[in-house]
Design a protein around this ligand. Structure first.
Ligand code: HEC
Length: 148
């Protein structure tokens, strides 16, 4: 009797864990319509403005274009990443232990909202799971970009 009670508790526990894992996943992918909208718009903007160089799969191209998938640079320099989307980047840059030194042109035509959408996409696809980047947050960072 006691043993079957214990068994029942264990099964209930596992069931609860399973259900909560599933609903967590759901939140990421389809739970929040605003997140989903940013992500989808961001993907289209990425394909239009970034994937020529960084590739659709985010793996970059040799030592010419650094990867965004699994990029430690992206993980450690969130604010700088928003700024370089608008203002570009040149000079030496280390990503996952590899040194890059090419020029990335900025895309000055992008609005704060579009940059927030691109950031939401690149920070939640491939191996990244940062969560949504709100336009308010993007604006306050973009207002403080150092002139390159
Ligand atoms: C013409 C090619 C080109 C395009 C288009 C381009 N980039 Fe880059 N990107 C580069 C290069 C080259 C570097 C490295 C710059 C350096 O060496 O200083 C870079 C660096 C980066 C980095 C930092 C390093 C890393 O891999 O984490 C990020 C993030 C990034 N780009 C994102 C983007 C996004 C988002 C877009 C689209 C809005 C974009 N890039 C468009 C060429 C490009």
């Amino acid at each position: 009797m006691r043993r079957s009670n214990l068994c029942f508790s264990v099964i209930t526990f596992l069931f609860v864990v399973l259900i909560s894992c599933q609903s967590e996943n759901k939140n990421q992918l389809s739970g929040d319509p605003k997140f989903q909208q940013y992500y989808i718009q961001g993907e289209q903007l990425y394909v239009a403005h970034c994937s020529n160089c960084h590739q659709k799969n985010g793996k970059g191209l040799g030592l010419l274009y650094p990867p965004l998938d699994t990029s430690d640079y992206m993980q450690n320099n969130f604010e700088d990443v928003l700024c370089l989307i608008r203002h570009g980047k040149s000079g030496e840059l280390m990503v996952n232990g590899k040194l890059y030194n090419q020029q990335m042109p900025g895309v000055t035509a992008l609005t704060d909202l579009e940059i927030a959408q691109i950031a939401t996409y690149i920070y939640n696809t491939w191996s990244h799971k940062k969560g949504m980047v709100e336009v308010k947050e993007a604006t306050s960072i973009l207002n403080q970009c150092k002139k390159q």
